[in-house]
Design a protein around this ligand. Structure first.
Ligand code: UDP
Length: 370
């Protein structure tokens, strides 16, 4: 099997798979890093921390435009598939690395396993939404983390096929399993001391283009968050994504000093365990990240999602998270969520064994279809 990773959330998702494969030496797994995230803070530290293998291949795409990067990734992945034909190509989530991996595999007719299939925000303006839809359509095995994901696929005509068929985009397998990020959060979070829950600062993460590429909008978010923190006398920790730091350097050059003077704890992107500890210790999470949303659910912390849509709607239905579509809504929604206290997670995302179930399912298919 060829496993494609390239962006921060994918290293984390792949870690659950890597653990599940640890005791199965019969699996031959080749790892390809697309080079989408290439700096230490967003890439290398996760390989060390999560014990991921050194990738067999590391691409160095041209990053001067999204199109060039995508093209180079497709080209490099295709060349690797042709050189080392795998039984499966596995891709995770919704990034350009996911799309590049799926396209390359489809081009040479290798079945795609898409982990985190069926997610939809119904916001066609998000590059991730386009990637998800295209990747799902090309996939042979679609691993859905929620019932809603299965329903979205059904609405698009992608339904589970009779297992006697060899999985293909014409006869796809659509399998509802848990979520691999939830696997990780339970695996690592089980050691966190319960008495630390809610005792730390509020956690903020923000990196979506719709929030940070528009300077005035980004600054209004920060002002709204500052007002709310002051009104509640709360502290905040903010691991600042490089994209966001770049936007702030442009629109408010003194931002580090200004926010530092107001007591904001500004950090470089954190390692995974530190990030999970911050979520666990936070009285509230403010984020536009899909992964951090889910981890807040798994670790029992309420969350305000700094977006007007989410793929993780079941968390909103359960009252664990709420959508804030703009800065003016922040204060009242954050108050409401803070007032509810911690959240006791249920089995929405499974019981921590999604990756094991996934590997079992692929083994089962291999036995039946060779
Ligand atoms: N993450 C991290 N350090 C940080 C911020 C996030 O380890 O400073 C992890 C987080 O735990 C989550 C993943 O990165 O599992 C989410 O990645 P990101 O927010 O970049 O992408 P998204 O999930 O929105 O696609």
């Amino acid at each position: 099997m060829l496993v494609i990773v390239g962006a921060r959330p994918q290293f984390i998702k792949a870690a659950a798979l890597h653990r599940a494969l640890k005791d199965r030496p019969e699996w031959e797994v080749r790892w390809l890093h697309t080079g989408q995230h290439h700096d230490g803070a967003l890439s290398d530290q996760f390989f060390h921390e999560l014990g991921l293998p050194v990738p067999h291949v590391r691409l160095h795409p041209d990053t001067s435009s999204r199109e060039k990067r995508l093209g180079d990734m497709m080209d490099g992945i295709r060349a690797d598939i042709e050189g080392h034909p795998p039984r499966w190509v596995m891709v995770f989530g919704d990034t350009d690395s996911t799309l590049a991996g799926a396209w390359a595999a489809a081009a040479v007719g290798v079945p795609i396993v898409h982990v985190e299939a069926g997610l939809r925000s119904h916001d066609w303006g998000m590059p991730e939404e386009v990637n998800r839809v295209l990747c799902d359509r090309m996939s042979s095995v679609l691993i859905c983390p929620t019932d809603a994901a299965v329903q979205h696929l059904g609405a698009e005509g992608i339904v589970d096929s009779d297992p006697t068929h060899r999985p293909s985009p014409v006869h796809p397998r659509v399998l509802r399993m848990g979520d691999v990020m939830h696997d990780n959060a339970l695996h690592f979070g089980s050691t966190f001391p319960l008495d630390q829950a809610s005792k730390g600062p509020v956690l903020l993460t923000m990196h979506r283009p719709s929030n940070v590429d528009d300077g005035p909008r980004l600054l209004s978010w920060l002002d709204a968050i500052e007002d709310w923190l002051t009104s509640r006398q709360l502290e905040v920790i903010w691991p600042v994504h490089p994209r966001t730091a770049q936007a702030l350097d442009l629109h408010r050059p003194d931002w580090r000093k200004e926010l530092g003077n107001r007591g904001w704890k500004l950090e470089e992107p954190l390692g995974y365990l530190n990030l999970l500890k911050c979520i666990h210790a936070a009285p509230l999470v403010l984020t536009d990240s899909g992964g951090v949303q889910k981890e807040s659910f798994s670790l029992g912390t309420r969350c305000v999602v700094l977006r007007d849509s989410t793929e993780w709607t079941e968390q909103v239905d359960r009252g664990q998270s709420v959508l804030a579509s703009g800065p003016t809504e922040l204060s009242s929604l954050a108050d409401e969520m803070l007032g509810k206290g911690g959240h006791v997670p249920d089995d929405l995302y499974g019981n921590g064994l999604a990756a094991v179930e996934l590997v079992d399912a692929l083994e089962h298919m291999a036995v039946h279809h060779g």
